[in-house]
Design a protein around this ligand. Structure first.
Ligand code: C2E
Ligand code: CA
Ligand code: CA
Length: 709
């Protein structure tokens, strides 16, 4: 229904559009023709005007010929420009209208008459009246006159004809338009009717096919139902048969189970040592290969350690084979326990074990691990047949990637190192000799430092800090020194402090330094010296340690007012490692009344944004900037900026490592608050500091004096 209406409506719209365009076409045609009508009228007027002027001219030439009076010639000539204008106008309008032969005849006759009349005037001018008259009355002249008149009449009738022609043409045009309009209207109406009927037919066809479709879908549904039935029946059949074959398979598997177990056993034998249950050589090497890959991606090192039980042959002989086996089993268990992971172990020979240390940062880590392993090993007693044994072992180490980038090679090199160790007095050796020496040296130092701590060989030296304007002592920095009983103060802090840090000993040494500084301060106060605040350096390990705040608290609890004598120097990078935790700890410490300084400022990467958030009191500009300050303009502006920045954050500024008068002067100009450095004093032992800077000598002098009195 909708379709039909749409078709009908579009037919009507189309008809209206076509009719409108045709009528518009006819109308514009008619308008353009009509515009020509006034032109025709004007031509008629021009024609009769021409006729009139020609008449006057003709009379003038006759009068001239008759009277011999030449003034007629002037009258004659007077009309010439007027006629020229008329001719020009006719020429202009001429192409617009219907053009017959009359116009040509007319202008030909006019030309001929012109020529003869000029001849007559020439004769008049020459006084030949008779000859002039003869020309005018000649047959030729009369003929031309007749031709001209006839031409004029024809011209006018042509014009009349044009008029009729245009009007007729218009009428014909209009008629044609009306007819075509009517015809197209009829055509459109017929077309619309046809369309209308066609859509009705299509509709009928659609309805029919629709009903056929629904019939088909009904059939389909029926078919589906049948199919469903068939499918469920078939599924049931399949399920039954699958169950049957599953049962069969289970039976088969049960039968084959025995052989699978045998296979597993074979596999086991291929990769494991039956006696100890550890990986055998093959599996151990596979695992090393795996650890190597993760060492490469994690950019760390890896170590393979070969362990050889010494005198095992003797033990085997004295205990018998079974006793030896028991010992090996116990050894495997003990190693597993020490390493905490059996995957790191392998039994690679009758009395050879191998260990892989998969994540190594430095060779010393390996050495430290081995030292501990050997100490524990020597202390452990193995019991076989109620007899306790202490065993000894030799070890060889190879490091990946330096000693080999292939498991086999690494293994071979660890074995080579082991052989060398067995031939030497060393308990373990690295594949590279240099490594062994270096590690040995470091470990010796490490052991010595451990002893130094136990034997209280560390001392604190004090370096004064002074006010840059007044030059007065303000405080002191406590700097640790190792007073080795054999060599004295030979080993400088930059050599032993890193080792204390690596080994974690710094936690204890740092705690000692903290307590010692507080004790010294309290003693200064008690003995009437002009005590100053002592700045103690704190290592990253200490700050990270959860108990650090409590340690500080304990230290200042040693005496009343101790907090006023303590400052902690913490490096900038240390704070940045764990900003949140650092801020919390520093805040707690500051709340106790202890002040805080940022050490080596400028060498870390702290963002200035954080600086304002840090609970600190003082900023220590690193020595490198103090040196740079007087050697380059950039260096100077850098220090100047640091000082301004610190002051804007209400921090006190201390310049470190001031060695020259020039440096101190520049710093004074830059309004730095305090300085510390060799210029004023090197770090000195406690007693020297007391006598030189705290007035101990004066005090002693006064005491002596008073005791004398
Ligand atoms: P630091 O905290 O930057 O200490 C300043 C270092 O500069 C000291 O070196 C000091 O002797 C040196 N120094 C002072 N004035 C001048 C100078 O004018 N010129 C030169 N060239 N050096 C000067 P020291 O005593 O060798 O200490 C080195 C570093 O060891 C210290 O650097 C500090 O980081 C660390 N340290 C010292 N004592 C302790 C401590 O008790 N605990 C911890 N954790 N670290 C400490
Ligand atoms: Ca310091
Ligand atoms: Ca410093």
């Amino acid at each position: 229904m909708k379709l039909r209406r749409l078709a009908f409506a579009s037919g009507v719209v189309l008809a209206v559009l076509v009719l409108a365009s045709m009528n518009w076409n006819a109308y514009s045609n008619y308008r353009s023709m009509e515009l020509q009508l006034p032109t025709i009228g004007r031509m008629e007027v021009l024609g009769s005007e021409m006729g009139r002027l020609q008449e006057i001219r003709r009379n003038s030439v006759r009068m001239a010929a008759a009277s011999g009076d030449r003034t007629w010639e002037a009258r004659y000539r007077r009309f010439e420009p007027q006629m020229d204008l008329l001719i020009a106008e006719i020429d202009r309008l001429d192409p617009m209208v219907y053009r017959g032969d009359a116009a040509d005849t007319l202008s030909a006759a006019d030309g001929a008459l012109d020529r003869m009349e000029n001849l007559a005037f020439n004769l008049v001018r020459a006084g030949k009246k008779v000859e002039a008259q003869a020309v005018l009355s000649s047959n030729a002249h009369e003929d031309q006159e007749d031709t001209y008149d006839a031409g004029m009449a024809a011209f006018n009738s042509d014009l009349q004809h044009t008029d009729d022609f245009v009007r007729t043409k218009l009428r014909v045009e209009l008629r044609r338009t009306v007819i075509t309009t009517l015809a197209s209207t009829v055509f459109l109406v017929v077309g619309s009717v046809f369309l209308f009927r066609a859509t009705r037919r299509w509709q009928r066809v659609l309805v029919e096919s629709n009903s056929r479709l629904s019939q088909k879908s009904l059939e389909l549904e029926e078919f589906n139902e049948q199919l469903d039935k068939k499918v469920s029946q078939r599924t049931k059949e399949l399920k039954d048969s699958a169950l049957a074959s599953l049962n069969m398979m289970q039976d088969a598997v049960r039968e084959r189970g025995i052989s699978v177990q045998a296979n597993e056993k074979l596999n086991y034998l291929a990769y494991y040592d039956v006696l100890t249950g550890l990986a055998n050589r093959q599996l151990f090497l596979d695992r090393v290969a795996q650890y190597m890959r993760s060492a490469v991606s994690g950019a760390h090192k890896l170590a393979v350690v070969m362990i050889d039980l010494e005198r095992f042959k003797n033990i085997n002989e004295s205990l018998g084979r079974e006793g030896g086996d028991l010992l090996l089993i116990q050894m495997a268990e003990w190693l597993t326990q020490e390493l905490g992971d059996a995957n790191l172990l392998g039994r690679v020979g009758p009395d050879h074990f191998a260990v892989v240390l998969p994540n190594i940062k430095q060779e010393e880590d390996v050495a430290r691990f081995l030292e501990k392993l050997m100490t524990d090993f020597l202390a452990h007693s193995f019991v076989v047949d109620c007899t306790a044994f202490r065993l000894t072992a030799k070890l060889g180490v190879a490091i990946f990637p330096e000693d080999g980038d292939d498991p086999e090679v690494l293994f071979k090199h660890a074995d080579a190192a082991l052989k060398k160790a067995k031939a030497s007095g060393d308990r373990y050796l690295f594949y590279r000799e240099k490594m062994s020496e270096m590690v040995a040296g470091k470990l010796t130092l490490e052991n010595q430092l451990r002893q130094a701590l136990d034997n209280e060989e560390f001392v604190l030296h004090y370096q004064p800090k002074v006010n840059l304007r007044s030059g007065q002592l303000t405080s002191a920095e406590a700097l640790i020194r190792w007073n080795d009983p054999r060599t004295g103060l030979l080993v400088p802090p930059f050599k032993f402090i890193p080792i204390l840090e690596e080994t974690g000993l710094i936690k204890e040494v740092g705690r000692w330094a903290l307590r010692k500084a507080v004790q010294d301060y309290l003693r200064w106060c008690a003995s009437g010296l002009s005590a100053v605040r002592i700045a103690v350096n704190v290592s990253p390990l200490q700050l990270r340690h959860r108990g650090f705040v409590a340690e500080v608290e304990e230290a200042i609890a040693m005496g009343e007012g101790a907090e006023a004598g303590l400052e902690l120097e913490i490096t900038e990078s240390m704070i940045m490692e764990d900003v949140e935790h650092s801020i919390a700890s520093l805040q707690a410490i500051r709340n106790m009344g202890v002040s805080i300084a940022i050490d080596d400022f400028g060498t870390g990467y702290s963002s200035l944004g954080y600086l304002s958030k840090l609970p600190v009191d003082t900023l220590k500009i690193d020595r490198s900037f103090v040196i740079g300050m007087t050697t380059s303009p950039d260096g100077l502006s850098l220090v100047s900026t640091m000082i301004t920045l610190a002051h804007s954050l209400k921090l006190k500024v201390v310049a470190e490592g001031v060695e020259t008068e020039e440096q101190s002067q520049v710093l004074r100009l830059l309004r730095c608050d305090e300085m510390q450095g060799y210029l004023f004093s090197k770090p000195v032992p406690c007693d020297v500091f007391e006598s030189r800077f705290l007035g101990a000598d004066d005090l002693l002098g006064a005491r002596v004096a008073s005791s004398v009195i």
